[in-house]
Design a protein around this ligand. Structure first.
Ligand code: M6R
Length: 608
């Protein structure tokens, strides 16, 4: 989704702005622009489409100043054209604004500003902020921005520069992430740490309501009354290599291949093999609180919601506590049953998904304790939850989530194991699961070593217009996730279904043109799945099976087969999802899709 970068220092700003924008390309965008204070005035360059077009505009007409802001826009208000691209200028050209989020009272403000004589040049909600700052300008830029913010409703991450008060960038946060980067004789503001990581790892995360004044040699954080606030300086613990492709054709492929390591990282220092349990330091839940939980709600979106479905089955099976899994976007607007003994688990790779954050706040408001299962350290969900588990998967740049998913499933297993052992799961069963978790990294590696087998299957099916993914039990969410991966990056229509549910409708779709992926490892429901395979074969469907043994029952039924190692049933999703990630990846590449930045999608959905 939209990205913000700002630079103030002793060097020409535009290379820093362009580099920062490129580092945020993965978030998804459809236009880009920069505004730089140059020789006492603001110069802007903007372009629809990729950042390369903005670079061409800058090459044709360079800007020399040392203070600037830049933006990648993912269209919400108005089409992705140059005139709607940020930064937006005030009518007199003295104020430039970049904005993430949505100004909900933009129409009312626009009408008032029009009455005051302002002409609007874009369809965006952001332009009202630029004119409003011009209209209210008095004293310093920060005082004026504070006055303007008092009139804004909605969400924002904002960065503002003005030729009337040069030498500073004023940034403000409400509901849309922003951080300050602290460099040597230079400072940055960004919506995403990866935008500034090449220059500093020292960052200050802004909280909602914060206004920051960022100058070449320092920064201040203010509250709504301009009173100074103390904010902790954090050190980002990953390096540049983590956000570069490192020889892989795409970030998605790199991230798929990182999974032996990322799954290991999710468990490091947490798994206690000899006791068959886990140690999770950040839960902030006492023994009594853990024992009192009588109901769990898991809320998330997209891929994270799929891992939540797996988490439900793990927790119910091992802990015998009822678990409801809710789409965050639905949960936040209904009247859910929450009590003091309800635990709300919030799963999010980014920790910034607007619906998930709102659902967590709603659960908290209703009295639930909240745990965030989050990948991005310092993200809003991670800072607002009552406790949680970091996934430690490292930056996930590919829009299609892969390594975060397997880490989420592992984190859920660690949590289920800990809770279950406290609530009566035998040490023997606990040790069996702990051993199985411990074995996962090597098993994933073994799958990845045979990736070319999946590439071969992808070649056979790259032109298919539809796909069906079927699985049962804990592998039904794997089917959903496999289908989501395929549609996200290859644009092939794909559905995931519980295998037995297929005959209640989707079976009508099956003919010799329909590839059907069965997630069918040798687990407790394998025999049942074989019956479903037969039903598909009888209708001439093309069957691709993810299995774990040489199964006599599948002989003659399956057209393509890929074997995964065996583990305990509950952990099968970690292994079974890997070949499905590869299948989606190879099909998408063979169809010529932009795998890392698929059309219309944003990495982090920070608007409702
Ligand atoms: O950052 P989150 O985990 O909260 O994101 C949730 C979804 O937006 C995300 O999983 C989305 O579905 C991905 N594109 C899946 O590949």
């Amino acid at each position: 989704m939209c990205g913000i970068i700002g630079y103030i220092g002793g060097k020409t700003a535009t290379p820093f702005l362009i580099e920062g924008l490129k580092r945020m390309e993965y978030r998804g965008y459809d236009s880009a622009g920069v505004a730089v204070l140059d020789a006492g005035a603001i110069a802007t360059r903007r372009a629809a489409g990729k950042i390369a077009r903005l670079e061409s505009a800058l090459a044709a007409a360079p800007i020399a100043g040392t203070t600037g802001i830049g933006h990648t826009r993912w269209a919400t208000h108005g089409p992705p054209t140059e005139r709607n691209a940020h930064p937006h200028l005030s009518a007199d050209g003295t104020v430039a604004v970049v904005h993430n989020g949505i100004i909900e009272n933009a129409n009312a403000l626009r009408a008032a500003l029009r009455d005051a004589g302002y002409e609007f040049r874009s369809d965006t909600d952001t332009e009202v902020v630029a004119h409003l700052v011009q209209e209210l300008f008095e004293g310093s830029l920060e005082d004026t921005v504070l006055a303007a913010l008092a009139q804004l409703e909605g969400t924002y991450g904002l960065a503002v520069v003005s030729s009337r008060d040069p030498g500073k960038i004023v940034a403000a946060r409400k509901g849309s992430p922003l951080l300050i980067g602290i460099g040597e004789d230079e400072h940055f503001v960004a919506s995403d740490a990866s935008a500034i990581l090449a220059h500093t790892r020292q960052v200050v995360y802004l909280d909602d309501g914060d206004v920051a004044v960022i100058e070449r040699n320092g920064y201040r954080v203010l509250d709504a009354n301009a009173a100074p606030l103390a904010r902790h300086v954090h050190k980002i613990d990953w390096d540049l290599a983590a956000i570069e492709r490192g020889g892989f054709a795409h970030f998605m492929l790199k991230e798929i291949f990182e999974q032996p390591q990322t799954v290991e990282n999710a468990m490091r220092g947490r798994l206690i093999l000899e006791d068959g349990t886990s140690k999770l330091g950040g839960l902030n839940l006492s023994h009594e609180q853990l024992m009192a939980i009588d109901h769990i709600i898991i809320t998330a979106c997209g891929t994270s919601w799929h891992s939540g479905l797996i988490g439900k089955l793990m927790i119910e099976e091992l802990c015998r506590i009822p678990v409801a899994v809710e789409y965050a976007s639905e949960f936040r607007y209904r009247n859910p049953i929450v009590s003091a003994n309800t635990l709300c688990i919030v799963i999010s790779q980014s920790g910034e998904t607007a619906d998930t954050l709102a659902a967590m706040r709603e659960a908290k408001r209703r009295g639930a304790r909240t745990l965030g299962f989050v990948n991005v350290v310092g993200s809003t969900i991670a800072r607002e939850d009552d406790g949680g588990i970091y996934l430690h998967a490292g930056p996930e740049i590919g829009v299609a989530s892969t390594k975060a998913f397997t880490s989420q499933v592992v984190a859920l297993a660690l949590f289920a194991l800990k809770l279950a052992r406290k609530r009566g799961l035998s040490v023997t069963r606990g040790m069996e699961i702990a051993q199985a978790l411990h074995a996962l990294p090597a098993q994933i590696k073994e799958i990845l070593d045979r990736a070319e087998q999946i590439e071969h299957i992808a070649e056979e099916f790259k032109r298919a217009p539809n796909f069906l993914y079927l699985g049962r039990g804990v592998n039904f969410p794997v089917a959903l996730e496999g289908a989501l991966k395929l549609k996200e990056i290859s644009y092939i229509h794909a559905e995931g279904y519980p295998a037995a549910e297929m005959k209640h409708g989707p079976i009508a779709l099956i003919d010799e043109m329909m590839p059907v992926v069965f997630v069918a490892p040798h687990d407790a429901v394998f025999d049942k799945v074989v019956s479903n395979v037969q039903e598909v074969k009888a209708r001439k469907g093309n069957i691709i099976a993810i299995t774990s043994r040489d199964e006599a029952a599948l002989k003659g039924l399956v057209d393509y087969e890929f074997r995964i190692p065996e583990t305990v049933d509950l952990l099968m999703p970690v292994l079974a999802s890997v070949p499905l990630q590869l299948l989606a990846y190879y099909i998408a590449v063979k169809r010529g899709s932009n795998v890392d930045q698929p059309r219309n999608l944003a990495k982090s959905v920070t608007v409702e």
